[in-house]
Design a protein around this ligand. Structure first.
Ligand code: 2BA
Length: 357
């Protein structure tokens, strides 16, 4: 099946598909599920796969891509692969070694986008979540700008096409942007030119036309953050747009509500009555409306699911548009509710979620 993906052009000439497939594996998901889901996603038409060293799904991503290439369904250059530098590898001398482990897992010689997963450094070592005897996370002190310089070297070595960040607040982004001698800005944040690629169809209305003109410029950078109707990140989004950085949304459907972190009394995003009424009106599912909302704000969205019907349904968000009045109603649902506060970084000066945005 050919992909109907839309792409955002990066200033270095690379393209990021506007809709990505997430591969985070919650503990309760069986081991065989990620490979099955990634295979289904590629077959259905996803061309942007988001993984991370810490998810432990890189081998599945690599195996799925390899088998789809062997079957003639895709070529390597058709797939945009994102993986992430984990917090125990932030010391500059360790950065490349983490990337090389990821490339080995992925059976690839480069990734399209390599991002710093989360801005809090942790004690280096075998354990990905190092803890003391009381269960307290063992953190480290590393200047994030030094980590960034090591990321730049990975790009210069041809091991990654673009570099970016994840879970950074505006203060942390600013730190990198103001670094003396900055060679590459963190890519991710400003969707600009929505172009037709070979074997890809266009949206009837280019997303760039939905953005204020001043934002239609060359995309320079990216940042991955939790972003959904209840945490719509409008301030961070505006900041990123002003800096030509693309915002990439994870937990766009309201997260998988892990019992460890999410208050069971917190509202379930996909059950929101306003969202459900709007979905009925448009003869779409609540998930489709929730994903489409972000695309029209110029956000790259990760849609994750382990179910075939949902995977296919999520891809259909490229086929319809929401009118401006509905976008405004959806804007009003924001309540700054963070489902995944990453408590393991709390107490570190670089814990990102204490700042307003
Ligand atoms: P979301 O992308 O918000 O997805 C939440 C859940 O929505 C998915 O759970 C899936 O079961 C469901 N879903 C997907 N498509 C749907 C559809 N069309 N209709 C109804 N429901 C649909 P999972 O497949 O288990 O996805 C894992 C969730 O964990 C994803 O959230 C992902 O963004 C989030 N996640 C990613 N990294 C994470 C991290 N480091 N910590 C916590 N959560 C993370």
């Amino acid at each position: 099946m050919s992909s109907k993906q839309q792409h955002v052009k990066l200033n270095d000439g690379h393209f990021i598909p506007a809709l990505g497939f997430g591969t985070y594996k919650p503990e309760e998901v069986p081991e065989n599920k990620p490979l099955e889901a990634i295979n289904l996603a590629i077959e259905a038409g996803f061309r942007h796969i988001d993984t991370a060293y810490v998810y432990q799904t890189e081998k599945d991503v690599g195996q799925a891509i390899r088998s789809k290439i062997a079957a003639g369904i895709v070529k390597r250059e058709d797939i945009f692969v994102v993986t992430k530098l984990w917090c125990t590898f932030f010391r500059p001398e360790l950065v490349r070694s983490n990337l090389e482990k990821s490339l080995k897992n992925l059976q690839l010689d480069y990734v399209d986008l390599y991002i710093i997963h989360y801005p809090v450094p942790m004690k280096p070592g075998e354990n990905l979540f190092p803890e003391d005897e009381h269960g307290k996370t063992l953190l480290d002190t590393v200047d994030i700008c030094a980590t960034w310089e090591a990321m730049e070297k990975c790009k210069d070595a041809g091991l990654v096409k673009s570099i970016g960040v994840s879970n950074f607040n505006s203060r942390q982004l600013e730190k990198i942007l103001n670094k003396p001698g900055l060679k590459y800005k963190p890519v991710c944040n400003q969707p600009t030119i929505w172009k037709k690629r070979q074997n890809c169809t266009s949206l009837s209305l280019p997303l760039s036309s939905l953005l204020p003109k001043k934002f239609v410029s060359t995309l320079k950078s990216s940042v991955h953050v939790e972003c959904h109707l209840y945490l719509n990140q409008s301030k961070l989004l505006n900041y990123c747009k002003s800096k030509n950085i693309v915002l990439v949304a994870y937990c766009a459907l309201g997260s998988q509500r892990p019992k460890r972190w999410v208050d069971p009394n917190s509202p379930v995003l996909l059950n929101d009555p306003v969202l459900c009424d709007m979905a009925k009106k448009h003869k779409r599912s609540p998930a489709q409306i929730a994903l489409r909302y972000h695309l029209q704000r110029g956000i790259v969205v990760l849609a994750q699911s382990y179910k075939e019907n949902e995977i296919k349904e999520n891809l259909q968000v490229l086929e319809f548009e929401l009118p401006l009045e509905d976008m405004k109603i959806l804007d009003s649902l924001n309540r700054n509710l963070r489902y995944a506060p990453a408590p393991f970084g709390e107490g570190h000066p670089e814990y990102p979620f204490s700042d307003e945005f």
